[in-house]
Design a protein. Structure first.
Length: 379
């Protein structure tokens, strides 16, 4: 349903940022623009009304929540116990957690901003942190290739015409502005998030991938329709960029604890009136943030369904339920998942009647991007 391990970082010899299993190693053929790393500064206190809505939605979800089943979340959930208690309490502890999630484990499991990781980055050497930001710069160049705003290099014609990478990341961002038709920005509502410093905010790993996924959503909604369902949305960055692009028929389905993080991030970056939560009345043009139980009871149909980095890491029975729902009620399904887990998305029975396109994921080695279509198009 959402991300199960922390964001990858390049290896740092002898340091706390040592290479981890599944780490993506960015391609080395990109000359790296000059980049500077930085931590985001202290944020603003969350809106008390938003905090109250988040608490109420979480409590409402607890009444129907079936639990994570046999998945990594069974163990990860133990790290969320203090946040769970804060959500059920009526003191000010939740306000503190939502203002500075990097001091707790609220985002552990689907984002790199959590207490132990923050401490590691703060304690890392300048060289180790520079390796992180240079890897991010390469990811930005790869994004430009994926979106077609920078040609791919050709090892068979190294002396041929080439689009030389800009000398600075600001020029790269201008190219992305042209591709998206908006000014690409990087909202940083929380302190201690580490990344590349730019005039548009600090770029972190997940933001780069969210831009690619949003670009894909725009392509597919133009072909199939505007109703988007994202199963497992992490912090909600893809929904953020989709909203800014005008893709506002957007529903997120995720674990109750992930819903807390998504409501906090989107409520602080887009405004509390841009979202509706569990047990709240739907409102056209707002991002809905809901639980799997809602989807199990829903008969709604969607034009495009997105799942990134989670379906093969959840309980297989739950994954089969999602696949059956998609087969019955969606026109298009986009899966971006690794294939070294106990099962693969293409092995789920509910997707057996859907046509599939399959290719390597542009933005991270070891992941398959698959597009499933219900043909003929449902009524």
């Amino acid at each position: 349903m959402t991300r199960r391990d922390q964001d990858p970082v390049p290896a740092a010899q002898g340091g706390v940022l040592a290479a981890q299993s599944g780490v993506h190693q960015p391609r080395s053929d990109h000359p790296v623009p000059h980049v500077v790393g930085a931590f985001t500064p202290p944020g603003q206190p969350p809106d008390p009304v938003l905090v109250r809505r988040i608490r109420q939605a979480y409590r409402a979800a607890q009444g129907t929540w079936r639990g994570p089943g046999e998945s990594l979340w069974a163990a990860i959930g133990a790290r969320h116990r203090a946040i769970h208690d804060a959500l059920l309490a009526d003191d000010g502890s939740l306000d503190t957690i939502l203002r500075d999630p990097g001091r707790s484990d609220l985002l552990y499991g689907f984002h790199s901003l959590f207490a132990s990781r923050t401490d590691e980055l703060r304690a890392a050497s300048d060289g180790q942190r520079q390796a992180v930001v240079e890897a991010l710069a390469r990811e930005m160049l790869r994004l430009c290739e994926a979106l077609g705003v920078r040609p791919l290099g050709d090892p068979e014609a190294p002396a041929g015409p080439a689009d030389v990478p800009p000398a600075d990341l600001e020029a790269v961002l201008s190219r992305l502005d042209d591709a998206f038709g908006i000014r690409v920005e990087f909202p940083n509502p929380y302190p201690d998030e580490f990344g590349v410093m730019t005039s548009r905010g600090i770029i972190s790993y997940r933001a780069v991938h969210a831009l690619y996924q949003t670009f894909r959503m725009r392509q597919l909604t133009r072909a199939h329709g505007p109703r988007i369902l994202e199963i497992g949305a992490g912090l909600g960055r893809t929904a953020y960029y989709a909203y800014r692009l005008g893709l506002r028929d957007y529903t997120i389905v995720d674990l109750p604890m992930a819903n807390v993080a998504q409501a906090s991030f989107l409520g602080q970056t887009l405004g509390a009136t841009a979202i509706t939560l569990s047990a709240e009345a739907p409102n056209a043009g707002r991002i809905r943030i809901l639980t799997p139980e809602w989807l199990r009871q829903s008969e709604e149909a969607f034009d495009v369904v997105l799942n990134v980095d989670s379906m093969t890491e959840m309980d297989r029975g739950f994954a089969e339920e999602y696949a059956s729902y998609i087969q019955a009620r969606a026109t298009c399904f986009v899966s971006i998942n690794r294939e070294t887990n106990p099962f693969r998305v293409c092995e789920l029975a509910g997707l057996g009647q859907m046509f599939v396109q399959r290719f390597p994921y542009w933005m991270r080695d070891g992941y398959a991007e698959e597009i499933y279509l219900n043909l003929p198009r449902r009524g």
